[in-house]
Design a binder for this molecule. Structure first.
Ligand code: NDP
Ligand code: 8X3
Length: 252
């Protein structure tokens, strides 16, 4: 029987590439997101190995009822890819919109936690499973305007590390992937709400691309079952962490 993977945020960017790659690797994939027409297009491209399933990560009731809402033969999920997420805004904390912060926390933290909690008991009962989450270098290295987005990704990293402790002795694996600059997705358009500014983020760079993330996921989940990759931090060669900053000439 092919293994079953559920990929959140499969309508765009990383999630679409991961869902596509896992189908090509021989998995059966439940592809979720809010934009139903994109899920349907993906299903038309990939055939019966992909099940499109509309799921809003801010809808707690829909997340909790997901296992019962799936067709019977799709319920024993082996791999959960917690990919759906977003950054909203790049303003300094003292100027940022609180509604943007609430939206990021609701999606990147609360929705991710609730879906993980919903699917984890089945994995534990079957003594088989893998949770792969998309953190970010923003959860490791601070930068101006990263404030709550980076904090949500630090949450993802620590939640994955803590899950490893709770799952010690079980054949349920847990991995955090923390990518840096990555193009080919809608991330910056969503964050900056301006297509020209979003394009400028990648000008003159050779960023990671969604297929690089999909390749990484494919490798992580395809390793022998006793091998757990705890964390992967990945950046393009055009990027490095910036180091500490000093403000000179400040008033006492
Ligand atoms: P995209 O904007 O291209 O994709 C985001 C996906 O998340 C979409 O499929 C979107 O689907 C889904 N999503 C957002 N909100 C919700 C919601 N409320 N319910 C369900 N689905 C939702 O971005 P990326 O592919 O670049 O990002 C994927 C993940 O990787 C995110 O968690 C992001 O934080 C992380 N990441 C991105 C990096 C980058 O530089 N691009 C680097 C490091 C991490 P829909 O709108 O249809 O619901
Ligand atoms: C996305 C990477 O540096 O834009 O998580 O925050 S960054």
């Amino acid at each position: 029987m092919p293994k079953i993977a559920l990929v959140t945020g499969a309508t765009s960017g990383f999630g679409k590439a991961i869902a596509t790659r896992l189908v090509r690797d021989g998995y059966h994939v439940i592809a979720t997101g809010r934009r139903q027409e994109r899920l349907d297009t993906l299903a038309a491209q990939l055939g019966k190995a992909l099940l499109p399933f509309r799921l809003d990560m801010m809808d707690k009731a829909a997340i909790q009822s997901l296992p019962d809402a799936l067709p019977e033969e799709w319920r024993a999920i082996d791999i959960l890819v917690n990919n759906a997420g977003l950054a909203l805004g790049i303003a300094k904390a003292q100027e940022a919109e609180i509604s943007d912060w609430e939206h990021m926390i609701a999606t990147n933290v609360t929705g991710m936690v609730e879906l993980t909690r919903t699917l984890l008991p089945g994995m534990v009962a079957r003594d088989r499973g893998h949770i792969v989450s998309l953190g970010s270098t923003a959860g490791i290295y601070p930068y101006t305007g990263g404030n709550v987005y980076g904090a949500t990704k630090a949450f993802v990293e620590q939640f994955m590390r803590n899950l490893r402790c709770d799952l010690l002795g079980q054949n349920v694996r847990v991995t955090n992937i923390a990518p840096g600059l990555c193009g080919g997705s809608e991330f910056s358009q969503v964050r900056l709400r301006d297509n020209a500014k979003a394009a400028a983020v990648y000008e003159g760079t050779h960023p990671l691309m969604p297929d690089d993330i999909a390749e990484t996921v494919s490798w992580i989940v395809g390793l022998p079952p006793h091998v757990n990759i705890n964390q992967i931090e990945m950046m393009p060669t055009c990027q490095a962490a910036g180091g500490l900053a000093v403000a000179k000439g400040m008033k006492d």
